[in-house]
Design a protein around this ligand. Sequence first.
Ligand SMILES: [Zn+2]
Length: 186
Amino acid sequence: MLQLGLKARDLISLSYNLYNELASLAKQGGCIMELRKKENMCGANGWFYKKGYLDFDGREIHNNTIYLLEPIDVDLFYSFIPTELDGRKIPRDQIYRFVVYHEIGHALLDPLQKSIWHANGTLNEDKMRLLKGACELRADRYAWESLFPSQPLPKTEGCQFLVAKLEAFMIEHKNLFTAIRTPKPL
Ligand SMILES: [Zn+2]
């Protein structure tokens, strides 16, 4: 029973067709897509993960995996504190596509994929924060350009200072930020 004053959650789920479309989009970007419930997503709508394991001969094998939240809470999605892109401008029916493109962006753009989230001592805490922020910025830009190629990126009010800081960081560490990788479709 709904209690007075509590708003029903606005959830979006994947249809059969959308699931197939996104799974094949992920494959084109060289990623496997797996659905996850919110208990296993630490508050994220999507998650890019490079699974590593050793094969029989001791060689390291990697799988790019996109974990996708199912269902997505629309109000929560729109309430995320953005870096640059104003996520509230993403139409409701494009949220799932945006999340998958964003994660593919991480697969194709993130520097030092293997070590970024586990960097040991190469960057201090502040710089790690900027590195992660820069990765989010790039993944958002990639996703927006992929989904809406002819529309300028809608920016959050007052984001200029942070964006300038992230861009300066990317210039200072341009050796980390190589060009976009060509996806290896699965
Ligand atoms: Zn991200």
